[in-house]
Design a protein around this ligand. Sequence first.
Ligand SMILES: [Zn+2]
Length: 305
Amino acid sequence: MRRSHVSLIAIVLMLGSSVSSAWGADKLRVVTTIPDLKSLAEAVGGDRVEVDSLTRGTQNFHEAEVRPSMMLKLRRADLLIENGLDLDAWVDVAVLGANNPKIIRGAPGRVDVSRGIPVLEVPSVRVDRSMGDVHPLGNPHFSLDPGLAPLITQTILDGLARLAPDHRAAFERNRRDFLSRLDGEMSRWTKTMEPLKGAKVVVFHPDFIYFVHRFELVQAGTVEDKPGIPPSPQHVVRLIRQIKEEKIKAILVEPWNDVKLAQRIAEEAGAKAIVFASAVGAVKGADNYIAAIDYNIKTLAEALR
Ligand SMILES: [Zn+2]
């Protein structure tokens, strides 16, 4: 009895020390809303940060559910990095529940990486629900456009350095190293995609527009005729005809889309449905920022060949 009591205390002490070393006193506790930003925050923060994401890459970020576990992470956070543009607006509810003044909107511990992003697909008319899940502030899925990484990592660096000014030089060094690695990859990616310039693709849901623009592809259509709403049979028939006529080779799908429907359409039209790494961790092998983009380039180049 007494022995088990003692060992229980030992276990509790061990747990306590492993928790405090994971959340080392000198490390900034960073929470991001999506895994792409976790990967970038780790690249900039290096060993001076401990980063946790509120969602996983296999999730539809628009529809993330606020859970008590999110509030727990946010309660201990020094810095909250959000995507913005309404992708992760649910985080405000979680922050409210976390009761942590350090990360409320306007506090030094709050970073919105959409600041300064040249936003695509900003609606020119007032958006309402009858139009489907139209992105009301423009397309928020910019995080995996490698051309925007310099801007996003600068915003992250500013946030980290605001809280830990002594480490600014280290953050700058980390960011420079990361961007020079990314640069090397970028020239490889550009070379791979060069002969495919102007190629038409169909997307299931309009989530790849930044990628499509960056590599000078053309988005010829969407499987959903209204974003977020299953397509009508007439739309599917029209789309199959269009894919055949325009000899489109690829349909880009996210893991949570109706992959079977995309495959059926692709099969009938003589194209290929490919599940894209729509985020870090969305597919196997896409477990960090560079790996996710690399996965997309490889899969797409193969499908378009
Ligand atoms: Zn979206």
